[in-house]
Design a protein around this ligand. Sequence first.
Ligand code: ADP
Ligand code: GLC
Length: 484
Amino acid sequence: MRVLHVCSELFPLLKTGGLADVTGALPPALAELGCDSRVLVPGFPAFMSGLVEKKLVAELGSKFGAADVRLYLAKTPDNLTTLYVIDAPDLFDRPGNPYADANNQAYADNYRRFALLGWEAATLAEGLDSTWKPEVVHGHDWHSGLAAAYIKAAEISSGHKLASTVLTVHNLAYQGLFPAHVFGELELPSYFFGMNGLEFFDQVSFLKSGLFFSDKLTTVSPSYADEIQDVEQGCGLSGLLGAKNQDLVGILNGVDPTVWNPEIDPILVSKFSVRSMTGKAKCKTALQEYTGLKVQNEFPLFTIVSRLTEQKGLHLVVDGALEIINRGGQIAILGSGEPEIESAFAALAAKYPESVAVQLGYDEDHAHRLVAGSDVIMVPSRFEPCGLTQLYGMIYGTLPLVHKVGGLADTVTDCSLENLADETATGFVFDNFNVQGFNSAARRAFALFARKTEWKKVQKFAMAQDLSWDAAAQKYFDLYKQIT
Ligand code: ADP
Ligand code: GLC
């Protein structure tokens, strides 16, 4: 089975969020099952300089405003994944964030940049590389949304099937919307711009294109698959998703054990495992020293590792922080994003330096330090398609405190008395999305932390969860088999 993943990020070369963790881990996990998958990415600088063994596949001339477009075949430095990379310097050779300029403004020509990504996927499905032709084209998020449209257009004009298509929605809130007038530049049949196509309230929607034209749709948790069929979380697309309900499935993400694993994590001052937890206490002390927090182990240390956006519900932490501090708890934060959230956290750290530590920015090493050295990881998101940080927390014995929504609801079990009795509890879950709900979960964390034996039991249970990619990869593989 030959599967082409189409995406814009891939860990460790280029990452802005969990999407990269998934596209980095899923192809090797599929390979373990005998599924031959390759990945198509835009030639962003991080890919052009980070990939190895680059070989020219085709010279494609000028396309979507870029001169001298070339397609290369390459490998990740660990040799685990084979990629096609689109070298188009006019569109992709820009430093920093792959989607936006230094002022965080989305690039005005993003529709051309990601049209080229989708178009290139279709040319591979048509047989551009005579040595490898995908049977399934599997796109991730809006960036890949036009791939299925170009494939459909080519199938209609040639009269035969080129490849089956899958789109995974990692986050329905990001849709790739552009003014209607750009449609003329996309080189698609004019009738594709309509309700049965890319049109979305008089705009061009790359995500709707992928949702409409793909054979199968997946999202990254079963609960989110249900939630996005309702108006509240459907971002204007609930009708279409409901209509394609039979072709939509939620498959939970996994954790890459070569990257997130306390037994081998090179960042930790002391490794630990479910069998020997003394290393975790050392990690907590080291983290408190590193961040300038008071060194103590009487009360829990809460952490946040997150994009600081409205999605993540972090205003609940800002509003609930004082209650945590007054109970003797501490909060260590790593994140970057919306200026109001950044400054609210910075103000807390300035006022309570022994209790709150904030690092603004993106820092992979510090993320590992925080996940390992903390007691509780907070993910109080308003909505969360899957969420990976709560899974990383569980693997490191750092119990998640989460809002009961999306993938958070599917992966964390609350420490209620009955769940403690059944030995199924893995964290602290609140239902009401307000500060009272958040505070009640935080109070449960304090109460459990005070009962050391019970805390350890829950930690062990969380650490023993099977969060590997094996089950998810098998589900994707089964889905590919259904459509080929
Ligand atoms: P999302 O994709 O919505 O951002 P996830 O929980 O799925 O949420 O994935 C977030 C990923 O990004 C995790 O790997 C997390 O460790 C990482 N991350 C988020 N913010 C930062 C940061 N400031 N520095 C380092 N890693 C971060
Ligand atoms: C998105 C979602 C997140 C998910 C990640 C990987 O960024 O916001 O919940 O875990 O994609 O699928």
